[in-house]
Ligand binder design. Structure first.
Ligand code: SF4
Length: 686
């Protein structure tokens, strides 16, 4: 017993799953992970974990891990050396770029990997190939948050920290099932509820989070703008707008007022009785400090950016920005959604959201990266969704780091066809995924437990990730692989020897993050960006006294409601909504390799309303076929009144699941596909 004890090591690190960023200790015995232990000093989760966090170590040492580079020869993948793989990739990418130009390459990185990997990939793409075709999977979750919050407030990030809900007098959760998707953020909401803070949940479905609410507002799916405008009509009619705040700190009120008047009674659109609309509007406007928390119910629509701006409108109209207990906070589904965007893995900005179109920014980055004057491109690169649409046409080769597009992007059949059209595809991952079969080279990276680095949580807090064990076989740090590729091409500025060196490279050219040092991150509370100097304490609450926009003002917009791209009709009479489960994460690459999580939900299912099931003769747990204009899936029926008649709900975690059905129609501003809404038909399987 003594001998076992003496070899145990506790490594404090950050949970690899959702964007709450809980801290935990990985327990290591004799070089192997054996469990997790609470990290009680964490100000985020105070030693508590959800089922995913508590089991996050189990998938790390699974025998399915990728251990060697693989190169496709004919139809088969064969083990290769790192030299062979690096030679082939640099040769093919250079050839394709020389022949077809900088726009022929696409680079996509994951919101699940550390900041240092994201920074390295976008730097390599821009320096080596002079392309801005670099993006990350925030595009298909919170792209509209980046666009919408930037337009409303001047910064595309959450305004206030999670625990700040304890300072609120009213919490509005809109399009967020935090109890399942962000359990430790929901814990803060539960703490607030316990001390008497009223909770309003706005969701078409009676979700686990709706069960927490004092007021649950069921509305017609995807009618957010109409509902928000209708609320603002009542706020203005009752004279409850914050006149001084509007005058001193905002612009656009007249446009907003005019638009709100058009929505004086929009029940025919959103389906909510006017007494309820008025009641929640007045509750929000009268609260001393009211916060809005939202998630993908708001963003994953073709109106995503306008939905986010509607949340901004509500907050600006009532002066609920820029102090404790207020704000507009998107909950990020993946551990590093915030960070991947912050690192400049985005088609129009460098790290810290420095715009590529600005000549002064380009000149500064050229100097920092030691590249020729005028070599960095000024054009807006192709987004992740556009790259998939352009495969085989403009895009000839693609580099995908830590993503499984076949399962997680909309319209799986379209994604498979697109990847199949590429001349050359590299996938760098930790497991063999459904997407790997379309690759020419598969490279083994390392997971969160095997490397140092940082994740930036949804509250802009930069948290340390620490290496606990070695990666399997010949796997390498992901930033190290990018460094090898760059060095093979003779590029300077990629000879990092540690994650800290990558981070220091980034912060040296990123004014808003210059003061976020690894040393500061040693404290359990770490630091929130912006943090411009090493002496700066960080900024937990944004927009205090002045908005981040160039003129210092918040902007209100008059926004017209637009219906989804595809609505139910006679042929496809049901509306399909999508979401997450507490037990799984994304395409289940990791969580399904954990026995307990697999056992909880081993296969996909669909929620269908009791009346609809009766009409179709479908009983509980029977198999049903669901078909959209793009594909079909067979799944198990869960008959329930949690969804309204003619509305279905499926989670997004399963292969050959809901993304066989979803629509690729895009939000024109953020290029977000309409993952949350499509029209389908339902049949009982004989
Ligand atoms: Fe991990 Fe999110 Fe669960 Fe926290 S709430 S333990 S970050 S999955």
């Amino acid at each position: 017993m003594e001998a076992i004890k003496s070899t145990l090591k506790y490594v404090p690190t950050t949970c690899p799953y959702c964007g709450v960023g809980c801290t935990l200790n990985l327990v290591v015995n004799d070089g192997k992970l054996v469990g997790v232990e609470p990290y009680k000093r964490s100000p985020i989760n105070e030693g508590k974990l959800c089922p995913k966090g508590a089991t996050c170590w189990e998938a790390v040492q699974h025998p399915d891990r990728l251990t060697h580079p693989l190169i496709k020869k004919g139809d088969k993948f064969e083990k290769a050396t790192w030299d062979e793989a690096i030679d082939l990739i640099t040769k093919k990418f250079t050839e394709i770029s020389d022949k077809n130009g900088a726009r022929a390459l696409g680079f996509q990185t994951s919101c699940r990997t550390v900041n240092e990997d994201c920074y390295a990939l976008q730097k390599w793409a821009r320096v080596a190939f002079q392309t801005n075709n670099v993006d990350n999977c925030a595009r298909i979750c919170h792209g509209p948050s980046v666009a919408g919050l930037s337009l409303s407030f001047g910064s595309g990030a959450a305004t206030n920290p999670f625990e700040d809900v304890l300072n609120s007098d009213l919490i509005v959760m809109w399009g967020s099932n935090a109890v399942e998707a962000h359990p430790l953020a929901a814990r803060r909401v539960m703490q607030a509820k316990k001390k008497g803070t009223p909770i309003i949940v706005v969701d078409p479905r009676y979700s686990a989070t709706a069960r927490l609410a004092d007021t649950w507002v069921r509305f017609t799916p995807s009618t957010h703008i109409a509902l928000a405008n209708n609320m603002m009509y009542y706020i203005i009619r009752e004279g409850l707008e914050d006149k001084e705040f509007i005058k001193e700190r905002t612009k656009g009120f007249d446009d907003l007022k005019m638009m709100a008047e058009k929505y004086a009674d929009a029940t025919r659109i959103h389906g909510v009785p006017q007494e309820t609309v008025k009641d929640i509007a007045l509750q929000y406007a009268k609260a001393k400090n009211a916060v809005i928390i939202y998630c993908l119910g708001i963003t994953e629509l073709t109106t995503g950016t306008d939905n986010v701006r509607s949340m901004g409108n509500l907050a600006l109209l009532t002066g609920n920005v820029g102090r404790p207990g207020v704000g507009v906070n998107p909950l990020r589904g993946q551990n590093n959604v915030q960070g991947a965007c912050d690192m400049g893995a985005y088609p129009n900005v460098y790290s810290g959201y420095q715009k590529c179109e600005d000549a002064a920014n380009r000149a500064r980055m050229e100097k920092a990266w030691g590249v020729k004057d005028g070599s960095l491109p000024d054009w807006y690169g192709s987004t992740l969704t556009e790259q998939i649409n352009d495969c085989g046409d403009v895009i000839k080769a693609m580099y995908i780091l830590g993503l499984n597009p076949v399962v997680t992007y909309p319209d799986s059949n379209h994604v498979k066809r697109s990847l199949g059209k590429l001349d050359f595809l590299v996938i760098q991952d930790i497991y063999w995924t459904e997407s790997c079969q379309y690759a020419d080279v598969v490279l083994p990276g390392t997971c969160f437990a095997e490397k140092d680095g940082t994740f930036t949580s949804g509250e802009r807090r930069v948290n340390r990730v620490r290496k606990a064990v070695d990666g399997p076989g010949e796997s390498k740090y992901d930033w190290e692989i990018i460094g090898m590729l760059a060095k093979k091409m003779g590029l300077k500025g990629f000879d990092w020897t540690s994650a800290k060196e990558v981070w220091d490279d980034m912060r040296a050219c990123t004014p808003s993050m210059f003061g976020v040092t690894y040393e500061k991150m040693e404290k359990p509370e770490s630091v929130h960006w912006p943090c411009p100097t090493e002496e700066h304490p960080g900024t937990p609450i944004l927009h205090c006294g002045k908005f981040s926009a160039a003129d210092g003002k918040g902007t209100m917009f008059g926004l017209e409601y637009r219906p989804p791209a595809e609505v139910a009709d006679a042929e496809y009479p049901y509306t399909m909504m999508t979401g997450r489960l507490i037990f799984h994460y994304h395409s289940r690459t990791q969580t399904d390799r954990c026995e307990d999580l697999h056992r909880e939900v081993p296969e996909s299912y669909v929620q269908i309303n009791t009346e609809d099931a009766k009409e179709l003769g479908i009983r509980q747990h029977e198999k049903i076929k669901i078909t959209s204009r793009r594909g079909e899936t067979i799944t198990t029926a869960r008959v329930t009144d949690d969804v309204a008649p003619k509305v279905l709900y499926m989670t997004m975690h399963f292969n050959e699941g809901v993304n066989n059905l979803t629509n690729t129609a895009l939000d024109p501003m953020s290029k977000m596909p309409e993952l949350k809404h499509c029209a389908v038909k339902v049949e009982k399987v004989a």
